[in-house]
Write a protein that binds this ligand. Structure first.
Ligand code: HEC
Length: 123
């Protein structure tokens, strides 16, 4: 009987640890999913689903969005510049106003997530 109880206790504990582990993983994965979801909803129409600057609306813009997959170019652009461009719009970093400001739409932490996501296009 006692042995069974110890066994059940251990099993419950192992179960709890496994569950906590998977919840943490789900939260971490959720952050990535939301940055990519946000990108797909708000940014892909201009920047393109793979960041090539070929979104559906790109041809209507005065300036074509640059190719985020071009590593040589992207290396020269700092995270700070990207952050500012997203938060305050293109004009804040001497780029065209075609890039709208998103500071009202996203928290700073979300904008950081978008910068990180934009970097994933260059592989
Ligand atoms: C209406 C079209 C449009 C939308 C929507 C848009 N952008 Fe832009 N974006 C531009 C244009 C045009 C530029 C300026 C050319 C360039 O640098 O690619 C730009 C520039 C940028 C830059 C600066 C790149 C650099 O050269 O320093 C970043 C980063 C960026 N956009 C990210 C985003 C993100 C993230 C979103 C979604 C929240 C978004 N953009 C939505 C059109 C758009």
């Amino acid at each position: 009987m006692t042995k069974l109880r110890i066994f059940m206790g251990t099993a419950a504990l192992v179960c709890a640890i496994v569950m906590v582990g998977s919840v943490q993983r789900a939260v971490a994965a959720g952050d990535e999913v939301s940055a990519s979801d946000q990108y797909m909803v708000y940014c892909a129409k201009c920047h393109g689903p793979s960041g090539h600057g070929d979104g559906a609306n790109a041809s209507t813009l005065k300036t074509r969005p640059r190719n985020f997959a071009d590593c040589a170019t992207m290396k020269r652009i700092s995270d700070d510049t990207m952050f500012k461009a997203i938060k305050d719009g293109g004009t804040a970093v001497n780029l065209p106003g075609d890039m709208p400001p998103w500071g009202q739409a996203f928290e700073d932490s979300e904008i950081k997530g978008l910068v990180t996501y934009v970097r994933t296009f260059c592989k």
